[in-house]
Each structure stands twice: as structure tokens, then as C-alpha cells.
Design a protein around this ligand. Sequence first.
Ligand SMILES: Cc1cc2nc3c(=O)[nH]c(=O)nc-3n(C[C@H](O)[C@H](O)[C@H](O)COP(=O)(O)OP(=O)(O)OC[C@H]3O[C@@H](n4cnc5c(N)ncnc54)[C@H](O)[C@@H]3O)c2cc1C
Ligand code: HEM
Length: 509
Amino acid sequence: MLNVPPQAFPAPGSQQRAAAGGRTKVPLKPGRSLMDWIRLTKSGKDLTGLKGRLTEVTEDELAKHNKKEDCWICIRGFVYNVTPYMEYHPGGEDELMKAAGTDGTDLFDQVHRWVNYESMLKECLVGRMAFKPVAAPKGMLSERKVLGASARDTTPSYDWFQTDDLITVVIYTKRKDMNAELVIVDCQDKRLRGEIILDDHSYLVEVDLDHEVQDDFAVNVAGKLGKVEITLKKKDHFQWKVLGLPLESHNTLMKRMERGLFYRTCKLVSKTEVTHDTKLFCFMLPEGTHLQVPTGQHVYLKQIIAGTEVVKPYTPLLPFLPLDFKELSHQDGAHIYLMIKIYSCGLFTQALDHLQIGDDISVSNPEGDFKTSQVQGVEDLFLLAAGTGFTPMVKLLNLALTKADCLRTVKLIFFNKKEDDILWRNQLEQLALRDERFEVQFILSEPAEGWVGKRGKISSSLLSECMKRSKKDSKVLTCICGPTPFTEQGIQYLKDLGYSHKEMHAFTA
Ligand SMILES: Cc1cc2nc3c(=O)[nH]c(=O)nc-3n(C[C@H](O)[C@H](O)[C@H](O)COP(=O)(O)OP(=O)(O)OC[C@H]3O[C@@H](n4cnc5c(N)ncnc54)[C@H](O)[C@@H]3O)c2cc1C
Ligand code: HEM
């Protein structure tokens, strides 16, 4: 089904994505951008007020520094003087003050655990928290489960064996629903890191291997048995006495949130124009990496900008909308495709745009709380996207049209400012012609004269007009992604229209 009127419109102005419920960026004063902050940190100014001296901070001492003009925050056992950063914090001073004089680790992680505070605040470091066994920082030994012989039957374990040519590491996950997307392996410079995602937990095998291995390796997942095999090729034919030296987090099971983000270096392979301000980037994973980004999840890109590590989230998609939907046939596993809007004054996206083919960039493991099982049994799927909020919808469309057995309709309601902002318009129109279950509706907030389609911003009346069930009481899922106000308002309108919590999913960081 096709629902495409023929005219023009421009680009979503600012930030294209949603953050978790109720949070939003605040307007910063001129001269308070991230670049300005980086400049200040490089200026040699004493930002802690301690003349570079590091000190051990007790809880009582920390609590005393709880005012805007004298504000210390502890994150993962390290204390920072964030007073100089106050006016530069994109979430605003009040948000930062919520953690004033306390251990803000949980709060920080809830909002943006991916933000690289260590690098951004290194000139603000006051020192470490004085050691207090009962109050060990979250995510460290107190929270972490180091697995040993006494591990219970349900916790994963590993073993290894060898032939003359091969080393096989076997991980017994003790789950019956394993698949390749839940296994992330990196093997470089004799260092093996195998992470297994088990719902909101992660199990890690991490060792410095005893001898060198070749770059390529095989990963086999016996889903029903819950067994994962990583087969490495020896460089020589030695018999290994041990697998290697266990690294700090080896053989641990912990909450995913508490496991630090792991990055590997990828290469930019191509960069192609999608619209006047949006490009499709293709990055190649190293040979020693096994990683597949599940539908609905994002990765973090990390670049060093003016000497400071800067991190931003992006949602991998497919290189094109496969008109002939075949399950994952187009995923080669070695590349990650990202569709990114380049902001004329955006620090990160400008740096991305200046990358040359062959340049390196760090790419993290995937994250996100969308579960493919949410699509199971769904009869009507509504996708509400604004601007680059379209990116998670690509894999979702693929998943729904190939896998959801009961699916009757998929409707993409795509909000943009102007006609030339619409991403992959031709492909969407083609798909709508090919697959009668799929319909696309473009809605413009600043259409040119002559636009005969719908106009306006997301509203309750637009949604009730555009979202029609294929039958009364059909099983519905509505997925929404766009700038924070778009997502928050959208969720509210859906609630007002009677959609339940289970019938909605918002893509956020
Ligand atoms: C889970 C998730 C997935 C995402 N996936 C994608 C994706 O697939 N593709 C994509 O293009 N983007 C995606 N984003 C957005 C992306 O992470 C960046 O936010 C975006 O690329 C902007 O980065 P930047 O550093 O270049 O711009 P910024 O420097 O952050 O600025 C962007 C624009 O907003 C303005 N701005 C920024 N902060 C403020 C402020 N406090 N007050 C006023 N104006 C401000 C700037 O002037 C500029 O015009 C995603 C975000 C999330 C949370
Ligand atoms: C611990 C208390 C903190 C709270 C409650 C908090 C809250 C927030 C909120 C609500 C936002 C806006 C939402 C978003 O864009 O994701 C934000 C953004 C941001 N915060 Fe914080 N923050 C805290 C600490 C810090 C610290 C210590 C840093 C240090 C560098 C920091 C750096 C940032 C950055 C860089 C962003 C912009 C993220 C982006 O690029 O989208 N925050 N914060």
C-alpha cells in the first residue's frame, strides 16, 4: 500500500534522538559548548582548586562539597570537582546537582553511562574515595560475581581443549535460547575476550593467551544446548599448558550496565550521501571480531577530539531497504552501517564527516532494551519516526516482514520538516508497492507550497487519524524514535489514545 504525496520539505533542526524518560538537554550559554569545555581543560587552569594535588576523600568530606560553587561528585570511586563543568553540562546544572556531595555513580549510569567522564573531567579529579569495604563502588568486587568451583548450576562456566592446530574454548551458558547475536568475541594481540549476553547480565571470558593465534577464528553456537564454541587457530604447533593468563574480569557474571563499554577499532570503508545533511557510513570490523548488532540496539562511537575522548550513540542499519525481504541475507557480519545526520555546528558529527576512507574509529558493543520477541504475535505494527529516528526502523521492518508470522500491517509514520529531509524515500515507496502489508505516510511540519500530504507535528489527532488497526482488538506494537520531545509527546498521545505500556516501545540511550 502506498500513501505518498509528491512534494518537498527540510531537515529536522537539532538533536535527532530520544533520551530516557523525562530527561532533556538544556540550552547552554554561548561559549559553553563541549569544544569550549575541552579548550578550558587544556588551558592549564587549576580546575580542582587543589593545584594538581590528589587527595583521599572521606564520605564526610565529600558531603561538605554540595553547593554549585563548590561541588564534588564521586563516580566509580573517583571524586571530581564539577563546579567548573556546571555551565557546560548539557543536562543542566540542576541535574548535575542531584549528585552533589554524593556517590553519583548510579544516577550517572541511569542517564548516560556511555559518556566518557574520565577523559572529559580528568583535569577536575580531586582524588579517590577513602577505602571503606562496605561501600565499595558499584560494579566492582562487591557487585560482581567471580565464578569459581562453587558456582551454582545456573551460572555459566567455560572449559578449553586443544589439537595440534586448534584451541577451542567452550562456554556452557546453561541457557536454551542462545544465538550468535548474544556472543561477542574479540581476539587481537594474543588477547581473547568473549562476552555472552544473558538478558540483563553478561558473562565474560577474558585471557591473555598462552601463545599467538591467527587473526581469524570461528564461533559456533549450539542454541538448544546453550553451548558456545570459540575455535582459534594456533600460529605454531605447541601444546599449550594453560589457556592463558586470566585478566581482571575473566570468568565473571555481572549486570550488563556494570560492565564497562568495550571498544574495538574499525575502519571507515565508505561514506555516501543520503540527503543534503545525512550520510551513510560503512565501517569494517577487524578480522578478529565477531559482533552482530541485534535489531533495535545501538552502538557507541568514540573519537578523540582535541585530545579528549568523545562518545555518541548511533543505531546500525542495513545498507539499503531489502525489497525482497530475506532474513539477514544482506548482513555480512563484517561491516556496520550507520546513517548519520551531520550538524553544521555538531562537534562529533563534524569530526565524523572529516574522516577519510581508511581512517580508524572506535565502535562499542551493542546496547539497548528492545527484544525481538516484542514483535512475536503482533498483527499491526506502527513505526513512528522523526528524522534520523528512522534508523532503528530499518532492521525492525526487516524483522517484522520476515519473521512476524501473524503480521497483517506495518505502517511507518515518518515525520520530517521538509520533503528533502525524507530518508530513503524512494526505497520506502518501492517497498510499499512491493509488499501490501507495508504502508508509509510522510508528515511534514514545514512543507513547501503544493505539498498535498499530511502536515503538522506529532499530535493526538494526527496519530488517531493515521493509526488504524486492521481489525478490532488486533495485537498492536507501536515503536517510536526521534528527538526527546517527539518521543515523550508521542508516548503521552499514545497513552491518551488508550494504548497500553506493553503496546509501545521507545528507542532511547
Ligand atoms: C540511542 C541513540 C541512537 C542514536 N542513533 C543515531 C543515528 O542512528 N543517527 C544519527 O544521526 N543520530 C543518532 N543519534 C544522535 C547522536 O547520538 C548525536 O546526538 C548526534 O549525532 C549529534 O552529535 P554532535 O556531537 O555532532 O552534535 P551536538 O554537538 O550534540 O549538537 C547537535 C546540534 O544540536 C545543537 N545542540 C546540542 N546541544 C545543545 C544544547 N544543550 N542546547 C542547544 N542546542 C544544542 C547543536 O548546536 C547542534 O546543532 C542517536 C542518539 C541516541 C540517544
Ligand atoms: C551524576 C549526575 C548527573 C546527572 C543526573 C546528569 C544528567 C544529564 C541529563 C538529564 C542529560 C541530558 C539528557 C541526554 O542528552 O542524554 C545529560 C547530558 C549529558 N551529561 Fe550529564 N548528568 C550527570 C553527570 C554528568 C557528568 C559527571 C558528566 C561529565 C562529563 C556529564 C556529561 C554529560 C554529557 C556529555 C551530556 C550530553 C550527552 C549527549 O551527547 O547526548 N553528566 N546529563
